[in-house]
Write a protein that binds this ligand. Structure first.
Ligand code: PLP
Length: 330
């Protein structure tokens, strides 16, 4: 089976497992895991921020990150198919007491006019006030779409003008970086706080980080413990992340090339395939998924008329060519 359902399906390579086995570890709740510290400092530095915090999942990283910008009864503005709105099972409302209002863009992009009109200033204790704006780069449900840096910078200027924070859900920020050549620090500069994942395209088995100011991350460390996310000899997992940053970052370009190859074979406009996700419009998506499975290719239906194929580390060039042939024939 060629599995294109997600880039989370990768299994640690032998070299990654060796790095994990050799990791120096300590009790990270005591702040004594040297490998976790190296990972946190390295990732903070990549984004030009002061500090970072290792978390088990991207969803926890998002909840912890957004929490630093908002309070109970305030709101976050985001795009309507954002992961924080659609795929975290209401975590932000449940844990943080915030509400969300959304704008909609078919490619998950920032619509600054919509953001301006949604923005709610502080009108006293009768109305919900906008406390933060959240963006997602690349945008998962918009097919791995990249948000252009200029749009992010314009949003930053607006956020500064009205005095609200920006959260960047950067689960796949690595893909945006490799696809456009935009430095990670340039993405870091537009956000007060970021969440990034090691377990998507980078191919680590587990792990995400919250990135931000040192005092904010120190407080977030307490909130992680409060949520049950304090972990002990977790350097074993941090080592996988460090290995992924060393060996799996630049090769994301291969995943992007494989996605374009599949898109072209299926008659999908490659201009709409920015990174490693291909959305194939089909009148009967569930039926198509079943027929693809019979032909040895796993893809997913993301709605009644859209099929999604995601390329990743465990997919060779030959696999991508075979998948392209199968999907095109269907
Ligand atoms: C996968 C993902 C996350 C985090 O998901 P977890 O499964 O909790 O690690 C967050 N945001 C986006 C855009 C994602 O694709």
């Amino acid at each position: 089976m060629i599995d294109l359902r997600s880039d989370t399906l990768t299994r640690p390579t032998d070299a990654m497992r060796a790095a994990m086995a050799a990791a120096e570890v300590g009790d990270d709740v005591f702040g004594e895991d040297p490998t976790v510290r190296v990972l946190e400092e390295r990732v903070a530095g990549l984004f030009g921020h002061e500090a970072a915090l290792f978390t088990p999942t991207g969803s926890m990283a998002n909840v912890l990150a957004v929490r630093t910008l908002v309070g109970v009864g305030t709101e976050v503005l985001c795009e309507s198919s954002a992961h924080i709105a659609r795929a975290e099972l209401g975590a932000h409302g449940a844990y943080t007491g915030l509400t969300m209002r959304t704008w909609t863009h078919p490619r998950g992009q920032i619509d600054l006019d919509a953001v301006r009109s949604l923005f709610a200033p502080d009108l006293g204790p009768y109305f919900v006030r906008t406390a933060a704006i959240a963006v997602e780069n690349t945008h998962n449900f918009a097919g791995g779409a990249v948000l252009p840096l200029a749009d992010l910078q314009a949003l930053r200027a607006f956020a500064d003008e009205v005095g609200v924070g920006i959260h960047l859900d950067g689960a796949r920020i690595w893909n945006a970086h490799v696809a456009t050549g935009t430095p990670l620090a340039a993405y870091g500069a537009i956000a007060d706080v970021l969440a990034v994942c090691l377990s998507k395209g980078l191919g680590a088995p587990v792990g995400s980080l919250v990135v931000g100011r040192a005092d904010v991350i120190a407080e977030t460390r307490q909130w992680r413990k409060r949520m049950g996310g304090g972990m002990r000899q977790v350097g074993i997992l941090a080592a996988a992340g460090l290995h992924a940053l060393d060996h799996h970052l630049e090769r994301l370009a291969d995943d992007h090339a494989h996605a374009r190859l599949i898109a072209e074979a299926c008659g999908v406009d490659p201009a709409g395939v920015d990174t490693n996700i291909v959305v194939i419009p089909r009148p009967d998506a569930p039926g198509f998924v079943a027929r693809a499975k019979d032909a040895g290719v796993l893809v997913s239906a993301v709605g009644p008329t859209a099929v999604r194929a995601v390329t990743h580390l465990d997919l060779s060039r030959a696999d991508a060519e075979q998948a392209a042939r199968v999907l095109a024939a269907l």
